[in-house]
Design a protein around this ligand. Structure first.
Ligand code: GUN
Ligand code: ZN
Length: 436
């Protein structure tokens, strides 16, 4: 039995604050004590009230001046694309062929995958991200490498092997048979093991034959408890291609629905070119969109309409989508999300931005009973933010004594420098150099 405590300011969402940001949905405690027992939050409250009841043997991590928030949740990212980030000059389909597929072929080699998984997890943790929904490559060993590394760090992660048997180079395609059997073996090995959860991972419709789509329907039926993750409606040329490959469907989203891949715990990245019928369909099916602003801007895909998604009842979350995305930082990603909405005349409030990256992300992943807020009984995954991490942040955040204004400054100006520490299951898994 281990007990520890963190003394800091604390900011989190108690419920959905709505796009405009109902401040009463957000709790702020200026001098808080967060007590953790055996990986879970035991008690949270005003430090002065709780300190007298604390056993003399409990070590207190004194982080006054910094703000504890729930660990960030990145609902769409590719760990094998670390070397693809910042690749110049192409839109989606060319970008995949020129940069992404060649980089992913290398993950047939287990030591390469092991090293990339460690590097990737270092980047997530230095950015305060404690849970992510992660694409591996088509090679089953890339999944073994990832979960081996994430379990060694005590992280709650969702990941899966890409299913892709066509329109990709040799060395990256699986087959109808191997895609099915490898996915099944990986589900048995990893789903529910330690804090790992498995996602059946069709790369996107164009890279699966009709026969592979059928086997994914079977996989999804045989494993109703696993996640499903894929891409949809990201780019106009992609959509036209899907129309050719899968004629007779009302929409791109409808292709996934036809093959039983639209359901609870299914996460679809991008969703830029959905119409109202698609959005309503997602809500009815329990599927959720992952909004990936840095990727959508960088690959030139388009502007995600958050307002329309919320009006349709979608449970939206946010993804970095590195290597299409340009930063592992969820703070940077929220900053870009704000700008994408500004371009459409919508202001993303800081309360809703915080929600998207924490409790909203947890809800999208059906993990809100475990993650997303600093509430007794939940898993003790946190990011500790430093509002004075840089001279500019220090100057800007000293102007107003308002925690949501401070969070807005952090998401506009901050990045990994603003993450002083990261905790998983109450254990410090990252501490920024110079942060005591
Ligand atoms: N569509 C299919 N594969 C990918 C990928 O790796 N990244 C992005 N952004 N879109 C995709
Ligand atoms: Zn992606």
């Amino acid at each position: 039995m281990t007990v520890s405590a963190i003394r800091s300011s604390l900011l989190h969402c108690l419920r959905d604050p709505g796009l405009a940001g109902d401040a009463s949905a957000v709790e702020y405690i200026k001098d808080a004590l967060t007590i953790v027992r055996d990986g879970r939050i035991e008690c949270v409250g005003d430090a002065k009230a709780l300190l007298p009841s604390l056993g003399a043997d409990v070590v207190i991590d004194d982080q006054r001046g910094k703000i504890l928030v729930p660990g960030f949740i990145d609902t769409h990212v590719h760990y094998p694309q670390v070397d693809v980030i910042a690749s110049y000059g192409a839109q989606l389909l060319d970008w995949l062929n020129q940069y992404t597929f060649p980089a992913e072929i290398a993950f047939a080699d287990r030591p390469h995958a092991d090293a990339a998984a460690e590097f990737f997890l270092d980047r997530l943790l230095e950015n305060g991200t404690t849970t992510a929904s992660v694409f591996c490559t088509s090679h089953p060993q890339s999944v073994d490498a990832f979960f081996t590394a994430s379990e060694a760090r005590g992280l709650r992660m969702i990941a899966g092997k890409c299913l892709m048997d066509q329109h990709a180079p040799d060395g990256l395609r699986d087959t109808v048979k191997s895609g099915y059997h490898d996915s099944k073996a990986l589900i048995e090995r990893w789903h529910g093991h330690a804090r790992s959860l498995y996602a059946i991972t069709p790369r996107f419709a164009p890279t699966s034959s009709l026969a592979q789509m059928e086997t994914m329907r079977a996989l999804a039926r045989e494993h109703p408890d696993t996640y499903i993750q894929s891409h949809v409606a990201e780019n106009r040329a992609e959509i036209a291609w899907v129309d050719e490959l899968f004629p007779g469907h009302r929409s791109y989203l409808d292709v996934y629905d036809h093959y039983g891949l639209l359901r609870d715990k299914s996460i679809y990245a991008h969703c830029i070119y959905l119409d109202d019928a698609d959005r309503a369909h997602m809500t009815a099916a329990g599927a959720t969109p992952s909004f990936c602003p840095t990727s959508n801007l960088f690959i030139g895909s388009g502007l995600y309409d958050l307002k329309a998604a919320l009006a349709a009842g979608n449970v939206v979350s946010v993804g970095t989508d590195v290597g299409g995305g340009t930063s592992y930082s969820m703070l940077r990603t929220l900053g870009e999300a704000y700008k994408v909405q500004q371009l459409q005349g919508t202001s993303l409030s800081p309360a809703y931005a915080l929600y998207l990256a924490t409790l909203g992300g947890a809800k999208a992943l059906s993990l809100d009973d475990k993650l997303g807020s600093i509430t007794p009984g939940k898993e003790a995954d946190f990011a500790l933010l430093d509002p004075a991490a840089t001279p500019l942040l220090a100057r800007r955040t000293s102007l107003r004594d308002d925690p949501l204004d401070t969070f807005f400054a952090l998401m506009t100006l901050g990045d990994d420098r603003a993450v002083a520490a990261t905790y998983a299951g109450g254990v410090c898994v990252h501490r920024r150099c110079g942060s005591g």
